[in-house]
Design a protein around this ligand. Structure first.
Ligand SMILES: [Mg+2]
Length: 387
């Protein structure tokens, strides 16, 4: 099979993330060129993580073996692929290094797209504004790495307001764990007066750890125009969620409540205590923009890998890929998203996570249903004659 040798890119593609991505993969693949020039693959793969590759921190479904098939014996990447997860809470660089250790292959930060990765596109708007980051892990570190200069985690932010959470004395973890303010947090509080500056936006980066405290403090921020303890206001600071997953598969046998469940709880409470309804924006799968972004990242991998000439003539109509495979466990997130994204996406549903049915899912049927990710990769490689 022959392929178009010119890859056309958007003239306006100047986003820093894509530039870094291109640099990253180009450096990674440069060694490969010096050794041999393989035939250019006509396909790419996007893997969901939770319920497909890992359960908690345990690899499942033969994922390490499946991923190894995408690399040459030398350890360099053979087939373009990335992880497309709605999860997060740590910077992409850290997640890539964790995945590399767990799966035994070298994952680049540019191959990790998390639910909150699109928050990077909002840096221009909030770079120097006081913003709050909610969720497990290191939500403020994630936002700082994206370029937000005045971001505080909701843990740090709440600690400046005495008695903002009347239940904190009953929370053993809150009593034991006095908030240890890091240097970034101290820098922010040198630039901002947390007790008088209004919060300009709240970002739910990852799953809330303390729903009661977070719902309370977010309602305080969102109903007062950004300053807890002051009068109610008609202005609601913008609220962003990294995803809207109702449930996800973790280590427990049945699904766990996700960020979508937290959003429903927050929205229900906010709408009861405030005269206007909650306004918010959700990112993550199944939004078509997530799949468009993944397609661009894979295209950059491919162009670097095969050293094809990139021309800036603004023509975005050509597809270097015959097929892009989305392998996921959640019909309403992974499969629905791939379906909505249309050509060239092909959806594969595994039975290792949220979906456990014998047949296809009735509402969001996948193009293919398999037991494990290993089976999915074997099918792809066989189908593409690349194994
Ligand atoms: Mg999943």
């Amino acid at each position: 099979m022959r392929f178009v040798t010119l890859i056309r890119v958007y003239q306006g593609r100047t986003r820093e993330s894509l530039r870094l991505c291109l640099f990253d993969v180009a450096r990674s693949f440069s060694q490969l060129h010096s050794q041999y020039q393989p035939e250019r693959p006509s396909f790419g793969i996007a893997f969901d993580i939770d319920g497909v590759i890992l359960r908690g921190r345990t690899p499942i479904g033969g994922s390490p073996q499946a991923l190894r098939k995408l690399y040459a014996d030398s350890g360099t990447l053979k087939i373009p692929f990335l992880f497309l997860t709605n999860g997060g809470g740590i910077p992409e660089s850290k997640r890539a290094s964790e995945l590399s250790k767990l799966l035994g292959v070298n994952i680049l930060p540019s191959q990790v797209v998390q639910g909150h990765s699109p928050f990077r596109s909002l840096v221009n708007r909030y770079e120097n504004e006081l913003v709050i980051a909610v969720g497990k892990g290191e939500p403020a570190a994630v936002m700082s790495e994206y370029g937000f200069k005045n971001v505080l985690s909701i843990d740090d932010y709440s600690s400046y307001f005495c008695n903002i959470d009347p239940l904190s004395r009953y929370k053993s973890w809150a009593i034991k764990q006095e908030v240890n303010k890091n240097s970034t947090s101290k820098e922010v509080t040198r630039r901002c007066n947390v007790l008088s500056d209004r919060v300009q936006a709240a970002f739910v980066v990852s799953d809330s750890v303390d729903w009661s405290r977070d719902i309370q403090v977010l309602c305080d921020i969102l109903t007062t125009g950004g300053l807890p303890g002051t009068e109610r206001s008609n202005h609601q600071p913008p609220l962003y969620f990294a995803n809207d997953d109702l449930e996800y598969q973790a280590e427990f046998p049945s699904e766990r409540l996700g960020m979508g469940a937290f959003r429903i709880a927050l929205e229900a409470v906010f709408n009861r205590i405030h005269h206007s309804t909650l306004e918010y924006t959700s990112f993550g799968k199944p939004n078509p923009s997530v799949f468009k972004n993944a397609e661009e990242i894979l295209r950059l991998q491919l162009s670097s890998y095969c050293n094809y000439q990139i021309v800036n003539n603004g023509n975005t109509g050509s597809h270097p890929f015959k097929t892009l495979y989305m392998i996921g466990d959640n019909p309403s997130v992974d499969i629905k998203g791939a379906k909505q994204a249309g050509h060239p996406w092909f959806s594969i549903l595994t039975r290792t996570g949220v979906f456990k049915g014998k047949e296809n899912h009735p509402e969001f049927p996948a193009d293919l249903v398999v037991d494990t990710v290993q089976e999915a990769v074997d099918y792809i490689l066989e189908n593409e004659c690349a194994s």
